[in-house]
Design a binder for this molecule. Structure first.
Ligand code: ACO
Length: 335
């Protein structure tokens, strides 16, 4: 069993691995041609600028129903029962309710009564931050396992008259089940936040209105400076990937696949170029599902898992980035 030095005390360290994945998408598929009927846009513009051809949009599916479905899939894939789950984390920036948190609602649907459940919002880096949180809890021995989900119904916070944003996003949820293992699994994470740049991608939640004041909401729907977000992602994501590779003593050539937040094909191409890594090692699904914020990485992971494209021993890099601004990366050995 590996020994790791923490301060002056050495202690035995277990590893944490993903043992199951799941995902769920709304039934309705909306193509770029469909959006041409709503706003002044074209299939050609959307494809060339973003790589997106379609996305799934809720016609009644909720964040809780999609996330619970994804979690049920991860449990089934892992061969575990909901009653065994000890920690349930939901990363989301589009919950149905302020209270109770989405994780408690998902817990109720699943019947995961033993689980401690709470939400985490780090926008498009949310799933990565939640996975690192679960890793810390499980690796520290506080919980034996965790169900970690990223879910979004962004269609309710997008301005459907704004062609600059409504063409980019989709709804969906993904989840993974993690538990302790002897070696391999999750190898390390880096996380960063830069609140100074928060204004470039924002969505206000509720106006301040009480008997003493009534302040109108400035941005009730998603507002984005696309160019700023683009420049931030292409600069900061490669830095964080190199940082986590160094931290985990992983050579970039050892990495089989880079699973990045699925925001824009051109962002992913820019990151691959900066890292001098062939684009074939960056699997994508954004052409079919658009940008699903915190759901993007776990849905992609589940698709690859169910397609049999993840083999034991493969090294994967995950990287999320988005509003906050937040960004980070993790390295894992698939088992
Ligand atoms: N259809 C047609 N024309 C459009 C559309 C559209 N859907 N949207 C914008 N345009 C127009 C603009 O009005 C502008 O027209 P103008 O020159 O007459 O003023 C022109 O296209 C260029 O607009 P830009 O915003 O400069 O276009 P750009 O090449 O930067 O592409 C895009 C915009 C796709 C949003 C790009 O900036 C981008 O991908 N940024 C990153 C956004 C992103 O990924 N955000 C999410 C990441 S974080 C998270 O996931 C929450």
């Amino acid at each position: 069993m590996p020994l790791r030095q923490h301060g002056r005390k050495a202690r035995f360290i277990m590893s944490v691995k993903i043992i199951g994945t799941g995902s769920a998408l709304p039934k309705l598929q909306v193509t770029n041609a469909d959006l041409e009927k709503l706003v002044d846009t074209s299939d050609e513009w959307i494809r060339e600028r973003t790589g997106i051809r379609g996305r799934h949009i809720s016609t009644g599916e909720t964040l809780v129903s999609l996330t619970a479905q994804a979690c049920a899939g991860a449990l089934e894939n892992a061969g575990r029962a909901a009653s065994e789950v000890e920690l349930l984390l939901v990363a989301t920036c589009s919950p149905e309710r302020g209270i109770p948190c989405a994780a408690c609602q998902v817990q109720s649907v699943l019947g995961a009564q033993k689980a401690v459940a709470f939400d985490l919002n780090a926008a498009c880096a949310g799933f990565l931050f939640a996975l690192n949180t679960a890793y810390a809890y499980v690796e520290a021995g506080i919980y034996r396992n965790a169900l970690v989900a990223g879910g979004e119904v962004l269609s309710k916070i997008v301005d459907w008259t704004d062609r600059g944003t409504c063409v980019l996003f989709g709804d969906g949820a993904g989840a993974v089940m993690v538990e302790k293992c002897d070696k391999g699994g999750l190898l390390g994470f880096v996380q960063h936040s830069d609140g100074r740049k928060g204004e470039v991608l924002r969505c206000d939640s509720r106006e301040l209105k009480n008997p003493y004041v009534s302040l109108p909401m400035e941005a009730p729907y998603v507002q984005m400076d696309g160019r700023e977000v683009f420049a931030f992602a292409v600069r900061r994501v490669p830095e964080s990937i190199l940082e986590v590779l160094e931290q985990t003593h992983t050579d970039i050539e050892e990495v089989d696949l880079f699973l990045l937040h699925q925001a824009n094909r051109r962002i992913i191409e820019g990151i691959a170029k900066r890292l001098s890594v062939d684009i074939s090692r960056f699997p994508t699904n954004l052409d079919r599902v658009g940008n699903m914020s915190s759901a993007a990485i776990p849905v992609l992971l589940d698709e690859l898992n169910r397609q049999g494209r993840l083999r034991p021993g493969m090294k994967l890099v995950l990287s999320g980035f988005g509003a906050g601004l937040t960004y980070g990366a993790g390295v894992m050995e698939w088992q």
